[in-house]
Design a protein around this ligand. Structure first.
Ligand SMILES: NC(=O)c1ccc[n+]([C@@H]2O[C@H](COP(=O)([O-])OP(=O)(O)OC[C@H]3O[C@@H](n4cnc5c(N)ncnc54)[C@H](O)[C@@H]3O)[C@@H](O)[C@H]2O)c1
Length: 325
């Protein structure tokens, strides 16, 4: 299949490009390289350096690459930034995605796979959270993703777009070739590993008095290769719209467990500073991924802490300054 991957120069998108190529698909990438890296894009994919907010530029990419499916990873993704720069988030995540949807409608591209997020749920009343929970995002990032989910449903009803909106919880790990190189880096595993490499003075742990077994917050992590596997499976299941689908492992790991696993895998001691809870961080957020299993036969297979941390550590060892090295 001809697949257009937006955000293919970013963390998850670059792994998707690699895995799509390995599965025999033909891949084009649309990325403005704002927070991505040209070096992260496999040379066998065609890179179009374009901004989602530039509608004629997006149409041009469609005319050149004639995609049969779109995997849409490109976005602004940092929660605190979304609260201080809401316009940026509505411009890129909502208006930019709308340019993409219009291009799909005009080009007759009917399969669309979207990177949504657990942030659409806000602080859910029950965990593990199912897709039927009423979404109540508590930040602009989550609101922008929920708006896109609503646009997808409207385009599905009106124009026959067939879509899956994968709600990711937390993503970790690396493939042999591609890993996490965010600037700024805000994710727990790479932040801790960069601390071990001496690039940060200490690891800040927020909240030690949660009602969890060890007092630290519990989150659901999926290995990036497992996550991408769900997207590739979805390509073959988009005979009709699949709607929102959680991608998680249900189990969840506490921050303290992650710290212990990092010390175990690397054999080094992590300097940890314990801080009070941050507002808006619930004690436990884990996914019920039953729909992903029922619809796609998907289950996480590589999402142990040892595999996620081990692969991320290997990649960082080879790329201590990210794609600059
Ligand atoms: N990483 C996670 O843990 C996580 C969790 C939940 C959801 N997600 C979602 O998954 C997707 C990918 O996340 P990631 O961690 O790989 O992000 P990333 O920042 O590594 O990659 C995003 C890519 O999009 C590109 N981009 C941003 N704005 C653009 C624009 N206007 N035009 C063209 N390209 C643009 C960036 O240059 C970058 O290469 C995002 O949509 C994110 O919201 C990620």
């Amino acid at each position: 299949m001809r697949v257009l991957v937006t955000g293919g120069a970013g963390y998850i998108g670059s792994v998707a490009v690699e895995q799509l190529l390995a599965a025999g698909h033909s891949v084009s990438v649309l990325d403005n390289l704002w927070r991505g890296h040209a070096a992260a894009v496999s040379p066998d994919a065609e890179l179009h350096v374009r901004d989602l907010r530039d509608a004629p530029g997006v149409e041009e990419v469609f005319a050149k690459s004639r995609p049969e499916a779109v995997m849409h990873f490109a976005a602004a993704t940092i929660v605190p930034e979304s609260m201080t720069e809401p316009g940026l988030y509505f411009d890129i995540n909502v208006a930019g995605t709308h340019n993409l949807l219009k291009a799909c409608r005009d080009a007759g591209t009917e399969r669309f796979i979207f990177s949504s997020t657990a942030a659409v749920y806000g602080e859910p009343e029950r965990v593990p959270v199912t897709e039927s929970a009423i979404p109540r995002p508590i930040n602009v990032y989550g609101q922008s993703k929920l708006m896109v989910e609503r646009m997808l449903e409207a385009y599905s009803q009106a124009h026959g777009l067939r879509y899956a909106a994968f709600r990711y919880f937390n993503v970790g790990g690396a493939s042999a070739e591609h890993g996490e190189d965010h600037d700024p880096e805000t994710h727990v595993i790479p932040v801790a590993l960069l601390t071990l490499l001496g690039q940060r003075p200490r690891f800040n742990l927020f909240g030690t008095d949660y009602p969890t077994p060890d007092g630290t917050a519990i989150r659901d992590y999926v290995h990036v290769l497992d996550l991408v596997d769900a997207h590739i499976r979805a390509l073959d299941h988009l005979d009709s719209s699949l709607g929102p689908i959680n991608l998680g492992s249900r189990a969840g790991f506490s921050v303290q467990e992650i710290v212990a696993a990092i010390e175990e895998v690397t054999g080094r001691q992590l300097p940890v500073e314990r801080n009070p809870r941050r507002s808006g961080d619930p004690p436990m957020l884990v996914a019920d991924a039953g729909r992903a299993k029922a619809l796609l036969g998907w289950e996480p297979r590589r999402s142990s802490l040892a595999e996620m941390i081990g692969s991320a550590w290997n990649w960082l060892h080879r790329h201590p300054n990210g794609y600059a090295t």
